[in-house]
Design a protein around this ligand. Structure first.
Ligand code: PEP
Ligand code: MN
Length: 338
């Protein structure tokens, strides 16, 4: 449930409600806007039955949140969240571009790409060190060695960094080297892993499961938030449909739907959504127009020889061209970029 305070309620009235909630053994979650303060509560509401919150000073109303996800719910937190990652921020004021190779293949490969994407306008370097591949015989990633190259790339370029984690062991390693962790589509409902990243303290990029509904996705985010980690960004990366012309089908409507349901930032990954590099640019434009807070784009210095996802990877030059063209789209949406 949420307790909505009257506009411009005094701090002492807010403190009074917070205290009533705490003394009932529940945790209040405050969302303070310029006018209205909302206090969200998750858990056994019967503990508040004799507290008469409705008539506490400056309480406007009490609203029940019927959705199963609460902390991620926009009703709990009506203002868009801004997620700090390294020196940058993901949120409504800028357009965040995460770019880099699908898989980290060598130090030289990663550094070349890191410098190129930085120059073009990316602020976060992506690169997989633990690759959840469809086939067990495909390249599985450099693991901790790859993470060390990520750290080096960060030191050289100043870019923030993100790597996917697939297990407790990879998470333990990642926290030593990168600024943000990614939960991939295949692990979106790995609830134990969600809890662990929730306790890691690092910001999390949660990709949508291949066949996950938006409700299931928001509940997965709730698992992370329930552990006290509120720094979550959602990533639409296409869903499985009957269409085979593209690798997945980009659910562009997920962007405005999420904006209506949650305060968390939303980014779009047109690379995995299509599997085809030629479609990355049109869908990037589309994502920005739909209200996305950023993009995740795969870039490779030599896609023909990439160990993973070459066909959907842009060359460094194509990425530069993409960013140049996206600058005016970002401006149209009043987002800072480059
Ligand atoms: C990736 O980002 O490299 C990846 C494996 O993506 P997804 O989990 O969306 O398939
Ligand atoms: Mn990939």
């Amino acid at each position: 449930m949420i307790i909505v305070m009257k506009p411009h309620a005094s701090q002492s009235s807010i403190d009074n409600v917070v205290e009533l909630v705490k003394s009932s053994g529940l945790t209040p979650h405050l969302s303070q806007g310029e006018e209205v303060t909302i206090i969200g509560i998750v858990g056994d509401k019967s503990k508040l039955s004799n507290r008469n919150l409705e008539i506490a000073p400056e309480v406007d109303k009490i609203v029940q949140v019927t959705e199963s996800y609460k902390l991620t719910n926009k009703k709990f937190h009506p203002y868009p969240s801004v997620i700090p990652v390294g020196k940058t921020e993901i949120g409504p004021y800028n357009l965040t571009i995460m770019a880099g190779p699908c898989a980290i293949e060598s130090e030289a490969q990663l550094l070349t790409i890191a410098h190129a994407v930085k120059k073009a306008g990316a602020t976060i370097l992506r690169g997989g060190a633990y690759k959840p591949r469809t086939s067990p015989y495909s390249f599985q990633g450099l693991e901790e060695e790859g993470l060390r190259y990520m750290k080096k790339a960060k030191e050289e370029t100043g870019l923030a960094t993100i790597c996917e984690v697939i297990s407790e062991e990879s998470l333990e390693a990642a926290v030593k080297y990168v600024d943000m962790v990614q939960i991939g589509a295949r692990n979106m409902q790995n609830f134990q892993l969600l809890r662990e990243v929730g306790r890691s303290g690092l910001p999390v990029l949660l990709k949508r499961g291949m066949a996950a509904t938006i409700d299931e996705w928001l509940n997965a985010a709730e698992y992370i938030m329930a552990e006290g980690n509120h720094n979550i960004v959602l990533c639409e990366r296409g869903i499985r449909t009957y269409e085979t012309a593209t690798r997945n089908t980009l659910d562009i409507s997920a962007v405005p739907v999420l904006k209506a349901k949650t305060h968390l930032p939303v980014i779009v990954d047109p690379s995995h959504a299509t599997g085809v590099r030629a479609y990355v640019k049109p869908l990037s434009k589309c994502a920005i127009a739909a209200g996305a807070d950023g993009l995740m784009v795969e870039v490779h210095n030599n896609p023909a020889c990439a160990l993973s996802d070459g066909p959907q990877s842009l060359t460094c030059e194509q990425f530069e061209d993409l960013c140049q063209e996206l600058a005016s789209y970002a401006q149209l949406e009043r987002r800072t970029f480059r």
